[in-house]
Design a protein around this ligand. Sequence first.
Ligand code: PLP
Length: 493
Amino acid sequence: MKTLQMTVSPLDAASEKSLYEQVADRLHGLIQNGTLKPGDRLPSVRKLKQQLSISMSTVLEAYRLLEDRGVVSARPQSGYYVKSTALDLLDEPSKSSPPRQVCDVDSSLTFRVIRAINDPNMVQLGPAVQCMENFPLNTMNRLMGQVLRANPELVHSYGTVPGCEELRREVAKRMLNAGCSVSSDEIVVTTGTTESIYLALRAATQPGCTVIIESPTYYSALEVLDSIGLKALELPTDPRQGMCLDALETVLKSGQAKVCLLVSNYSNPLGSCMSDRKKKAIVELLNRYDAYLIEDDVYGDLGFSGDRPKAIKAFDTENRVLYCSSISKTLSPGLRVGWCLPGCYQPRVERLKVVTNNMTAVAPQLAVAAFFANGGYDRHVRQLRRTYHSRMERMRQAIQDYFPAETRVTRPQGGHVLWVEIPGKFDADELFEEAIRNQISIAPGSIFSASNTFHNCFRLNSGLAWSERVDQAMQTLGRLIKKQMARRILAED
Ligand SMILES: Cc1ncc(COP(=O)(O)O)c(C=O)c1O
């Protein structure tokens, strides 16, 4: 067992990350690249304090963060040591290769599965939900109260489509962070991203049309396609870089489909995030082949490091991107406030909004506008990113500790879902049923596809706070997976 002497370059005072996170990230990097090996002792708190000219409490906070991520452990009177399981030993799933065929979408089974995985009595590893304590509920509730008191009649009146000007102005300001310079007139307020996607699809397609989607794809998007009578064409998708553009070009060129729907940043379920180069290239394809993109950017604010990634909309030169997002992943899923920037389909989206539900309730719109204006949104989201980062690391560590060594798992740089693949003839639908009997919900891979694939995959929600109960659930899942694998080997013999 050796003690490591570390030389570390100065920390970046201008970084969005706090000093202790930077220290933790550096040490984590040294563990991942093998400089610090399992069993190595981390530099003493005193030594690192001197080396980096930081306070003792910053070093301790960094070490605690690494403990939370599950990569080091403290030994009383001795210091912090790299855990034997700290190395990222698990492979990532490879790029998907769905059958190149147009599929009818039937989400009737999905509905049953989603009902089961949303049962709050389960350990909710299935739905992409977060703990309520992640949200600024007190501030939000206070703002709701203020809005109701200040507008006793307005909040009960019919509002107008495209929605409250106060909110649209704030959303337009926030869109600058995603690289989009838009006016409030280009924004239509909706009752969440799901409604934005629904309206965008209704506006840009006719029943019977084919829509190009990622593979795997977010299951509620499939439900929306099904409800409108649309068909799906799934394209190969990379767990890091998202949809394969060669395949997209081939389909657009063939004229099989003109509308594509995807999650550009920290996608669900793969966690992929497209590079700017790729985002620009998509827009070029849209322009070249007279096509349209429905961009779901609901996770865009939840990256673990660096600047917020740009939206594809930022590169849109001919108004062909219909951008959809909401506050569901950052402020409150229950207030149902979202928005759509429908580009050239704006008049049609506005008309469809009126006949769908007339308008989105006024009080939540005004409360969210007030939060964006002066509720400390940026500070809140910075904290949320840190929380999700350490929870995801912790869950990846548990997968490494408890699941079979062959397990493949994604390495997202944002969001809070992990996609797990068990190679071979594994049946995640069977695992789902067994997990439910053990009061654990997972999202089986089959619901993320219209082409009856991903039966050996499942999605895990890493947004929950780590607890004994979650740890036990992960151990149980690991046992169930190993048991099923053993049964299959026996059956093959
Ligand atoms: C990719 C994606 N889009 C949309 C949604 C739903 O968003 P909303 O609650 O705003 O309808 C989710 C929720 O999990 C999601 O993961």
